[in-house]
Structures are given as structure tokens and as C-alpha cells.
Write a protein that binds this ligand. Sequence first.
Ligand SMILES: Cc1cc2nc3c(=O)[nH]c(=O)nc-3n(C[C@H](O)[C@H](O)[C@H](O)COP(=O)(O)OP(=O)(O)OC[C@H]3O[C@@H](n4cnc5c(N)ncnc54)[C@H](O)[C@@H]3O)c2cc1C
Length: 450
Amino acid sequence: MAGAGITGLAAAHALAKAGADVAIAERSRTLGGKVATERIDGLVIEHGPDSFLTLRPAALALCAELGLAEEVVPPLAPDTVFVWHAERLVPVPPGTGLVLPTRFLPFLSSPLFSPLEKLRAAMEVAVPARPAAGDLAIGAFLRRRFGDAVVERLAGPLISAIYGAAVDELSLDALMPRLRDAESRHGSLVRAGLAAPRAARATAPAPLVTLRRGMGSLVERIVSRLGRAELMLAADLARIDRAGTRYVARFADGARVEVDGIVLATPAPVAARVLAGIAPAAAEALATITYRGTVAVTLAYEASQLPRPLEGHGFVVPDGALPIAACTWSSAKWPDRAAGGTALLRVTIRSDALLAAGDDDLVEAARGAVARTIGARGAPTVVRVTRWPGAMPRYTVGHLERVARIDAALLPFPGLMVAGAAYRGSGVPDCIAQGQVAAERILQMERVGA
Ligand SMILES: Cc1cc2nc3c(=O)[nH]c(=O)nc-3n(C[C@H](O)[C@H](O)[C@H](O)COP(=O)(O)OP(=O)(O)OC[C@H]3O[C@@H](n4cnc5c(N)ncnc54)[C@H](O)[C@@H]3O)c2cc1C
């Protein structure tokens, strides 16, 4: 196993559970990769993911298997998310939905849109479905159905906040195939959303949950169950070679390990580099997956520094309206993130100009934005700047074809596979599922060879 992010750890856990000999090589000195929780002075600070989707079951199921079910907590009410519009925070209309709209009336009364823009959006029910002719951008698909305003002020900022890239470049087929399905089955996304049985909507588990003591609990629990798996920290995988039917993993410090199979759970550019010698076609295909950086600035304020308590989960920002992309009100969104009324905020910054700036400028931008939006006054009591350079794989149009090319190029290498955020979903549940699938493939190979 190379890479001890959540993908590599999920794969290692599945292999160790099945009794296989596992070695995990991790370049850094910490485990968990992007999953990084800091607990300090009664605060639970997430430097990476702060939650996971339950619609994709792998994370929830793994928590249950590891005895963490009691730690899984839904978000606090009210669950309002706001959009920064015309110098104020406007609530996202209830029923906007994670994938499909489930109510239309709140949209019609929202101050986010002019009467003409609402009329254009309402005409969605009459926009004919277009037969699929290759992948297209989520933005292009939604603009055609609802008009530009809905994309620029609502869907775009919400979707970008999740996937870390502009809605006009993100792949519909890779990220939201259900939209295309809904269009072809119901002729309209609004009709499809309204058709979903009300009872099912009411009893569904919270779509997004977290762990009470932070996402790091999942990493800690997996690591505690790895048994006799070998953990190699500060082990920088540099190259993979063939040795008969086996593989040799070579490290930057000259160390080498011979193994039956390798799951490359590193970012795609690292996989491309280590495979360049043994599998140049795969390396070339891997290099076509591009990444974007992001910065999380965490700020804590005493209750008295805010004009009123935070009520809701935070806000997103349409392109260019502020130097930040989003702000999560962590202490109002999740239980037990901060003690004694402290407001814990996480500001996301993605503007290319700011990503290259120093920490002081980043903090200044974040402080300015929270002063302007929620009226936070004075100096924050805690500040953290977490830089994730080139951390977010961009699922741009054509992503599924790129992944298919990678898979095809790796076919001649049984037991050598890539898994993780760059390929079949970047959310924590997708990464866990990919790690488990890779582990199962290795186990099957061993069963066949045995
Ligand atoms: C700020 C932020 C917020 C996010 N929020 C959410 C969220 O709320 N919910 C959600 O579901 N997802 C979220 N995500 C996405 C999700 O966290 C990641 O996609 C996921 O954790 C990636 O896991 P991974 O194991 O594929 O990769 P990584 O976590 O990147 O792990 C890869 C590992 O490989 C190691 N490595 C690299 N090179 C080498 C080498 N040469 N040799 C050995 N090891 C190497 C790295 O050090 C790293 O530990 C967020 C991501 C970020 C950055």
C-alpha cells in the first residue's frame, strides 16, 4: 500500500481484516492524509474534511464496523445555508436539494432572483430533454435548464463549495449522472424532484454527518485495528519495478520492498511518477488528471465578538463577490466543536491570487470577509491556516474517459492498481469504497493464485 490517506487506510484495513500481510508506505510522518483533526482548548478543528455523505454508504458502514456508530452525529438545526448577495446573507431557498430540487415555492419567494429570472427558472419544466451526446459541464447542463442566474447565484457556488472547482468545468457524467437520468426519465429536474416520494424524503438519514470528536477519529480507529500490518512512515515511494510476477517498490532513501500487489493510494501525479518506468501509458493517462489548491483558514471568536449568535451552517459566495469561496460556521453546524459559546468558523479560499499569498494576507482576507458578512469584531482568539496546494482533483468534462484510459493501461499489471480521490469520487465515502474494492481485487488474486 502506498499512501496512508483514508483510501490507503481503508484498503489496508480490509486486507488486514482478511489476514493478508500488509505494509503501508506513507511519505509524511502522519496518517490520514487530508483527514486531519486538531483538538485544542475545547475546539475540534478540521483542517480537511469535516463531514461525509450518507447517500454513499461506505463511510457510514465502516464507522459502524469499527464501533464508531455512536460517534456519528447529524448536523445541528437550523440547517440554513446562505448565499452572499447584494451585501447581505440570503438563505438558500428550502428544498433546493443536494441533487434535485424538492420544493419550488420557496424559490419563487427568494430575494436572490428577479421576477424575470424566476420565470426563466420556472420554465425548466418546459425545456425539452436533450439526448445524451457525450459528457458536458454541470454548468452548461443547468444553464440550459434553469437559466444563468440560478447557476451563478445558487447552484454554482453550492456545487463549487463541494467539488472545489468551477461548475462550468465540472463533469456531469462523473459527478451528477442522476441529473441526466432525472431529465431523461421525467423530462424536467423540477418534476423529478417533486416526484420523489415524500415519505422516503422524511425518513431518509441526514444526508451529511460527522464524527463527534472529528473525522480524525475514523483514522485513529482504523489504525488501532491494523494489527500486525507494517506502518512505514517517512517512506517516499519513488518507483515501481517488476520482479517476475511480483513488484519491487523502491523508495527515495534507497530502501526496496518486494510484494505481490500494490495499491497506489497517492495523488495521481505521484502515481504517474512512480509508474513512469514500468507503465508509461498509465503514467501518461494519470498525468491528464489535474488538481487545484485550496486553503482553509480557521478562526475562533468569543460570543461577545459577534453581534448575534450564528444560526445556520454558513454561507457560499458567488464568483468574485468576496475574496473567499465559502465560510462554514462549524460550531453552529456540528455539535461539540467549541465550548462556551465560542464561534468556530472555517473560511475556504480558492482565488489563485490569494493561494500564492502569505499567511498574513490569507488571514486578513478571511477576517475581512467575516467582518463584512457576519459582523465579527476584533482579533480572533484562535487562527489556523491550512494550505492544501494541488490537493483537489478536478473532475472536469471527460473525467470518466480519462479514468477508463488509466484502467486500460494498468490491465497488463495484475495486482497493481490506483485508488483514491482522483478517480471514482473524491468524497471520503468514495475514497473508502475505492480502497475496499482495491483490497478485494488483491485478495481475489491471492485466492486464485493460492
Ligand atoms: C480542505 C478539504 C476539505 C474537504 N472536505 C471534505 C468533506 O467535508 N467531506 C468529504 O467527503 N470530502 C472532503 N474532502 C475530500 C476528501 O477529504 C479527500 O478527497 C480524501 O480525504 C482524499 O483521500 P485519499 O486517501 O484519496 O488521498 P490523500 O488524503 O491525499 O492521501 C494520499 C496520501 O499519499 C501520501 N503520499 C503522497 N506521495 C507519496 C509517496 N511518494 N509515497 C508514499 N506516500 C505518498 C500522502 O502523504 C497522503 O498521506 C475535502 C478535501 C479538502 C482538501
